[in-house]
Design a protein around this ligand. Structure first.
Ligand code: SF4
Length: 532
């Protein structure tokens, strides 16, 4: 507890996200400042670095843009670790209760989200116009396709693509979007998962939806209302004046203004090295949204989804209401604690509803809609998920007795990390610079790095980029197997059987928020029922 309080206070003036640190460790719990702040301090805390770089310090270290992802470092006091999964001794649901049949490899972890079959209850995305997505695309696309999960291409890809052809304000060609879609399909079985294209305000103005549906035959379209890591539009860094000018001409907000002569001079003199490109926030209205979804279906979209951030409870309820009205196939709710290619650090830490709290709100709405016999879209939760235990808990929590509302979990930072780690270690192997421990354990030959390499090649029927093998190994071999083990441990062999009865709250806070009892409270009733 002491450690948690320290972490929550000390990050105010020193964070790895912004590359800042304090001179001493015993900082003020209130301000995060050193108790004695001295003139001759060589360290750059938040205040110190801000004196030099101002708004740059609102963001993750700018020089890492395009090579990194970021997330919140704040402890919200309630997360998936505050629940445990109940192990069971007797019976087997979803399979013959025979010790020779009820084995963990036989657990079924397939799911269906918005009518789309998934080999694993996972969606990867969204990966938009940030460089880190583009630079790692082949691994993300091939790895997601081979794993049988949905891959969402994020916002602004066409608008930022330097080779896009824009005619009368509408995109008629985007080699980048085309490449991204085709790379996924190159490794896709055509049955599990699919490639989705996300659209924001600028994308809709550019006609990205119509282009994706009509020219690229994309059949999963996603409208974007926000993300967990921030409540403003998408952002990227632009390192050239020409690109900054071009993006401003294409209708984006570029800061500082690249058309301002003083700004141009400062950029050329090296006072700052990148521009911020921002996109707009949407202003959704109920009637417009319902009509927009109908229009998307008329254009040929077979599955229509909505991605939203972790807004206040009134917005969660309104979103569920209009999505039900519009019969959206699925909604992704992205909680605070999740990640980004670029978001303001204070916003990531301090704003929006953390994932567990958000899921509880979403589930409340889903139950109300269901009780009123209204349509309930499938739900995908996002916001800081990296493993099978969190996936299990989120899906289980959403089943009140008639099947889980949460059909899949959306992850972005974690799959990207699997791809980046794989490609970086391949690069290190080529240059003979692998960490010694890794080379001692797994050799220096990339052909021996990935436990699933033979399986992936057999499945693809051809060579597969190593980073994609890494992503497949992480998703299918690690998370998939881990999920099967946990499910077999609570004697459930089908994903839709996971339920709230499989969980225990470990704190009174977790119990109060979710209604899932702590072990002592659960035991009171059960003991009486069995022995009373
Ligand atoms: S400038 Fe002051 S508050 Fe910041 S690290 Fe140095 S001593 Fe601490």
């Amino acid at each position: 507890m002491t450690e948690r309080v320290m972490r929550n206070s000390s990050y105010l003036n020193a964070q790895s996200t912004t590359g800042t640190r304090t001179r001493v460790r015993d900082v003020s719990p209130t301000s995060g400042m050193c108790p004695i702040c001295i003139r001759e301090c060589p360290f750059l805390c938040e205040i110190g670095l801000s004196a030099f770089r101002g708004r740059e310090v609102l963001y993750p270290v700018p020089s890492e843009f395009g090579k990194s992802t970021s997330g919140s470092l704040k402890d919200y006091g309630l997360d998936w670790s505050h629940f445990n999964i109940i192990a069971r001794l007797r019976g087997a649901e979803g399979i013959e209760p025979d010790s020779d049949v009820a084995l963990f490899p036989n657990v079924q972890v397939e799911s269906k989200l918005g009518g789309i079959s998934l080999s694993l209850p996972i969606v990867n995305g969204a990966f938009g116009s940030t460089d880190v997505a583009k630079n790692n695309w082949d691994g993300l696309a091939a790895g997601s396709a081979l794993s049988g999960v949905i891959l969402v291409i994020g916002e602004n890809v066409c608008g930022v693509d330097p080779n896009s052809v824009i005619t009368n304000g509408k995109v008629t060609k985007s080699p980048d979007l085309e490449y991204r879609v085709k790379k996924y399909r190159e490794f896709w079985d055509g049955k599990h998962g699919g490639v989705a294209v996300q659209t924001n305000v600028e994308d809709q103005r550019l006609g990205v939806d119509v282009y994706a549906i009509s020219k690229l035959e994309v059949d999963v379209l996603e409208r974007k209302w926000g993300q967990g890591a921030k409540a403003i539009g998408g952002e990227i860094r632009v390192r050239s004046l020409e690109r900054a000018l071009e993006l401003k001409r294409r209708g984006y907000i570029v800061l500082p203004d690249p058309e301002d002569k003083a700004v141009q001079e400062a950029f050329k003199a090296g006072v700052f090295s990148s521009f911020e490109r921002h996109s707009r926030v949407g202003m959704p209205k109920e009637r417009d949204f319902v009509e927009d979804i109908e229009w998307l279906r008329e254009q040929g979209a077979k599955h229509v989804a909505l991605k939203t951030g972790a807004y206040g409870p009134e917005d969660v309820a309104w979103t569920m209401k209009v999505a039900s009205e519009a019969k959206v196939d699925y909604i992704t709710f992205d909680g605070a604690g999740g990640g980004t290619g670029m978001s303001p650090v204070p916003m990531m830490n301090e704003m929006s509803t953390p994932t567990v709290y958000l899921e509880v709100q979403v589930l409340k709405c889903a139950q109300i809609l269901k009780k009123k016999r209204r349509y309930v879209p499938d739900i995908s939760m996002a916001g800081g998920f990296i493993n099978e235990t969190q996936i299990f808990k989120s899906i289980a929590m959403s089943n009140f007795g008639s099947g889980p509302f949460v059909k899949a979990i959306t992850m972005a930072r974690a799959p990207l990390t699997a791809v980046m780690k794989s490609s970086y270690f391949i690069e290190l192997a080529k240059s003979g610079k692998l960490p010694k421990d890794f080379a001692d354990e797994y050799t220096s030959d990339p052909e021996k790095f990935f436990a699933c390499l033979p399986e992936v090649r057999r499945k693809a029927g051809k060579d597969v980029p190593y980073p994609a093998v890494g992503l497949y190994t992480y998703l299918t071999d690690r998370i998939g197997t881990g999920l099967k083990q946990l499910m077999a441990g609570c004697r459930k062999w089908k994903l839709e059987l996971l339920s709230r009865d499989d969980l225990l709250s470990l704190t009174t806070r977790a119990e109060e928020v979710t209604g899932i009892p702590t072990p002592d409270h659960a035991a009171e009733k059960i003991m009486e029922n069995i022995l009373g």
